[in-house]
Design a binder for this molecule. Structure first.
Ligand code: ATP
Ligand code: MG
Length: 627
């Protein structure tokens, strides 16, 4: 390769070289190919950002393609959630017009394409702009003509035809071994696989058997279609892999049409080729499947029109090439769909969108922005070495984003009354407060101030250590945006709990500065008791107590490492009155506490519920330092 810029990641280097040499006729086409058997997680976000980002950067196309080849685990609910999550993450809406799909034939589960279509705005506006998304409850930016969505199931007929061709060419056969027999017969690195009789049947006989498979003459597990490749290959994926198995189950798109379904390895490369994907990017575990992916495409190349047109140098410009990158692992969580499903099914979390889940919808529910997740994916980059990323990086990405954007508000999570003894009873002042010191155009608001306020319980200590700069008898502090107050003492109940804190204020310090230039060390937040809005706050912490709950070396079940303190609900927090009209799309910094958003499921205008998206700083790092 020549003139490769060192700042490019390895995929960008490959693409730039391909563009330079004219491979694929200068075309770049990427896709994200989820199996709709669960909700997307932050690992998928890495793959989406990567594939979408490359298409954007090199003026290519990006497709969301469902790898829906296994109806036993797939559901329309997952299809819908995946479309929703990808739309949200990339800020581009699904465009039904750009997709491959008339509605599915027959019944199956749910309404297939229709039910997806029904949830998407239609038609899309052209070009840049924003659109109200009923899915997301907020305005979403739309770029270009919208996202293309395809379903592998729509190629089942084509795949089937090609399978018949392979059989006729003696490249595939019907096998009567059960899964267990196949496993027992697979051989060792030095011993070849034991074949089944079908391997030597004439093609016509195999074709007849395959058609009988298709027509439902056999039970599940009785027959498979296998590729005839190499019984002794050191790569076990090449030892006559299964192409079709019998599954007597309806499919969400094809209904009852099929009772045989293609295996991933057979289907995947064909899907890419049909869609004319140029760079078929997947995670490292598929590296040893690549020879098989290529083998199938080579066979089809011999008879199918897939291969045209041919580039000037004779190369097939529609031939996809698979590239592998390292999957994302994050500390303090698990990232396999199977395990996430288990957490949901066992009621260990409130659902796929529980704000503690590493799912995209969980992150959204928690208040993460797509921008923060994209920034995180950009920061961690892409490489071919497996590693685990510290979840702090993800948390810092949302802190960085919200620090710039979130409106500042005052809210008291664990309230105690502060009474200003020399402030006139019945008086209210409106004090000006800055909405966002990072963005002047966010302006200011008025916050009511009165004689009785709420402050945080831990902003008062009767016997305070030396460096305690908050309220303690005799000490003066600043009430944010308001006045200097000096603590005069407290009132306790019969069991010695502090029920009220008392102070006096200096009227000459309005706005939080003193004319005589005297300084105070501490500034605390407050809410006027009479004007406060009550709300519920949910404080989330990491879902697991162990950095790698899923350690294969550790015999303990990952569920035993669930953090019992990962959710704390505080039912009666006191918020400044401007938060009464908080909407789902807005995010706030509660000063000195953290970033919060309105919960989009449980919050109502009468009963606001806020989720803590992130604390202001990484409290775990502090704890770990202390030991
Ligand atoms: P899981 O292992 O969580 O069940 P999967 O690989 O089975 O995930 P798919 O729906 O097959 O899930 O994944 C769709 C795409 O996302 C694939 O290209 C896959 O390589 C990629 N992907 C899945 N998990 C990660 C991850 N942790 N990091 C990066 N990419 C991922
Ligand atoms: Mg998979």
């Amino acid at each position: 390769m020549t003139d490769i810029k060192p700042s490019l990641n390895f995929l960008e280097q490959i693409i730039e070289e391909d563009l330079r040499t004219g491979k694929h006729g200068g075309r770049i086409a990427t896709r994200f190919p989820p199996e709709p058997n669960g909700y997307l997680h932050i690992g998928h976000a890495k793959s989406i950002c990567l594939n979408y980002g490359l298409a954007q950067k090199y003026n290519g196309t990006f497709t969301l393609r469902f790898d829906d080849t296994n109806p036993s685990k797939e559901e329309i609910e997952y299809v819908e959630s995946i479309i929703e999550d990808v739309q949200w993450l990339i800020g581009e809406l699904f465009n039904p017009h750009s997709s491959n799909v008339p509605p599915p034939s027959g019944g199956g589960m749910g309404g297939g394409q229709d039910s997806v279509k029904g949830r998407c705005p239609n038609p899309l506006p052209e070009g840049e702009g924003t659109i109200e998304s009923p899915l997301l409850g907020e305005r979403v930016r739309v770029r270009g003509k919208g996202m293309t969505v395809k379903f592998a199931a729509d190629y089942f007929e084509q795949m089937y035809q090609w399978a018949e061709e392979l059989i006729l060419k003696g490249k595939a056969y019907v096998c009567d071994q059960t899964l267990e027999e196949m496993r027992a017969n697979r051989g060792t690195p030095t011993q070849p696989m034991i074949p089944s009789a079908g391997r030597d049947f004439p093609p016509e006989k195999n074709l007849e058997l395959f058609r009988q498979m298709r027509d439902g003459h056999f039970n599940e597990g009785e027959r498979t279609l296998r590729a005839k490749i190499d019984l002794a290959s050191p790569n076990f994926n090449m030892r006559d892999p299964v192409m079709y198995r019998i599954l007597k189950m309806p499919h969400h798109r094809t209904g009852d049409k099929w009772c045989i379904y293609p295996m991933y390895d057979w289907a995947h490369g064909l899907e890419d080729a049909i869609e004319k994907i140029t760079h078929s990017i997947c995670t490292l575990e598929f590296e040893h499947h690549r020879p098989l992916y290529d083998w199938f495409l080579d066979q089809i190349d011999e008879f199918a029109p897939l291969t045209e047109p041919i580039a000037s140098d004779g190369a097939n410009i529609y031939r996809p090439r698979q590239y592998e990158f390292a999957r994302l692992n994050l500390t303090y969580t698990v990232m396999s769909k199977r395990k996430l499903l288990e957490l949901v099914k066992n009621g260990l979390v409130s659902g796929w969108n529980d704000p503690r889940m590493p799912t995209i919808c969980g992150c959204r529910q928690r208040g993460y922005t797509p921008e923060a997740i994209r920034a995180f994916c950009k920061e961690i980059g892409v490489a071919r070495m497996n590693s685990t990323i510290d979840v702090v990086k993800l948390e810092n990405a949302i802190r960085d984003d919200l620090n710039k954007r979130a409106l500042r508000r005052m809210g008291v999570l664990r309230p105690i009354k502060l009474i200003i003894d020399n402030y006139p009873g019945g008086q209210t002042e409106q004090l000006e407060a800055v909405n966002n010191p990072e963005n002047e155009s966010d302006g200011t608001r008025l916050v009511p101030f009165s004689k009785v306020l709420y402050i945080e319980q831990d902003d008062f200590m009767e016997d305070a250590p030396k460096k305690y700069f908050r309220l303690t008898p005799g000490q003066e502090v600043r009430l944010r945006y308001a006045y200097y107050v000096t603590c005069t003492g407290c009132v306790k109940d019969a069991s010695g709990n502090v029920t009220e804190v008392h102070c006096t204020y200096d009227p000459a310090t309005r706005g939080g500065q003193s004319a005589d230039g005297r300084r105070v060390q501490g500034t605390i937040h407050w809410v006027s008791a009479e004007h406060a809005v009550s709300a519920e706050v949910r404080l989330y912490d990491r879902l697991f107590t162990k950095e790698n709950p899923d350690d294969p070396q550790d015999p303990t079940d990952y569920k035993d490492y669930l953090n019992p303190h990962s959710l704390e609900v505080i039912t009666d927090v006191k918020l400044e009155p401007s938060l009464a009209d908080a909407t789902i799309a807005e995010r706030y910094q509660f000063e000195r506490i953290g970033y919060f958003c309105v919960d989009s499921v449980d919050s109502t205008p009468d009963r606001l519920v806020f989720n803590r998206t992130a604390s202001l700083r990484d409290s775990w790092a502090k704890m770990e330092k202390k030991g």
